[in-house]
Design a binder for this molecule. Structure first.
Ligand code: MN
Length: 226
C-alpha cells in the first residue's frame, strides 16, 4: 500500500535550550477557567464543571499571527500551556503532574464574532477557535527545570499597554484536575497539549499590533499580528 500523498507534517514544540522537540498530538482547551474572565463574558463566576474544546495541532505556531479571514473581531487570550509526555486514562489528580513534560506561554486567538454567533445558536466553537495559526506559543520549558507553576503573574500587553492581568492561582480548575478530568473522557497520549484558560481583559487586535505575553516562571512570548 502506498499513500496517495505524503501525510501532513507534524507540528513540533521546540524545547528551550535543547535540540529535542515535542511532537504535538492533540490540543485541548478549557473554557472560563478564571472567574473574572467568566464574568466579563457574561457568565456566573461560580465554579461550574469544566468544559473543554479543541484546537487543531497544526494551529500551533511559533511566529507571527496572520489576521484570520472571515472575521472583524479577533481577540487575544493569554494562557499557560501544558504539554504531556505521558498519557493514560482515569489519571488520579495526585499523580497527574507526573504526566507533564513542561510548560509554555501561549495565545488562544479567537474569532470572537464567529464564536459569539455559534454560542447564540448552540453550535460548536471550532469556527471561532480552531483557526489557522491561532495558537502562537513560546518554546516549552521542561518541568524538571522550573517545577510546576501553580501561582505567579500571567499578563498580556498590546503595543506596550497592559490588557490582561491575572495570577495562575486564580484558575478555577488546576492543572492536575484538568489532566485528571480530561483523562476520564479521552485517552490521553504523549504530545497532548492543554491550554489552561485566560484571565480577564480579553479584547481585539488589529494588523500591526504587537502582543507581549508573560507567565511568571515560564517565560515571555512576543507575537506580531500580520
Ligand atoms: Mn482560551
Amino acid at each position: 500500500m502506498t499513500d496517495l500523498f505524503p501525510p501532513a507534517a507534524v507540528t513540533r514544540f521546540p524545547v528551550d535550550g535543547s535540540d529535542v522537540t515535542l511532537p504535538i498530538r492533540r490540543v485541548y482547551c478549557i473554557g472560563r477557567n478564571y472567574a473574572a474572565h467568566a464574568v466579563e463574558m457574561g457568565h456566573d463566576p461560580d465554579k461550574e464543571p469544566p468544559f473543554f474544546f479543541q484546537k487543531n495541532p497544526d494551529n500551533v505556531t511559533f511566529g507571527d499571527f496572520p489576521y484570520p479571514v472571515e472575521t472583524s473581531d479577533v481577540h487575544h487570550e493569554v494562557e499557560l500551556v501544558v504539554a504531556l509526555s505521558k498519557g493514560g486514562t482515569n489519571i488520579p489528580v495526585e499523580t497527574a503532574l507526573d504526566h507533564v513534560f513542561g510548560y509554555a506561554v501561549g495565545l488562544d486567538m479567537t474569532r470572537r464574532d464567529l464564536q459569539g454567533e455559534a454560542k447564540k445558536l448552540g453550535r460548536p466553537w471550532e469556527i471561532g477557535k480552531a483557526v489557522e495559526k491561532s495558537a502562537p506559543c513560546s518554546p516549552l520549558v521542561p518541568a524538571d527545570r522550573i517545577g510546576h507553576p501553580a501561582s505567579g503573574a500571567i499578563w498580556l500587553k498590546v503595543n506596550g499597554e497592559m490588557r490582561q492581568e491575572g495570577d495562575l492561582n486564580q484558575m478555577l480548575w488546576k492543572v492536575p484536575e484538568m489532566i485528571s478530568i480530561l483523562s476520564r473522557y479521552f485517552t490521553l497520549q504523549p504530545g497532548d497539549v492543554i491550554m489552561t484558560g485566560t484571565p480577564a481583559g480579553v479584547g481585539p487586535v488589529v494588523k500591526g499590533d504587537v502582543m507581549q505575553a508573560h507567565v511568571e516562571g515560564v517565560g515571555d512570548l512576543v507575537v506580531t499580528v500580520v
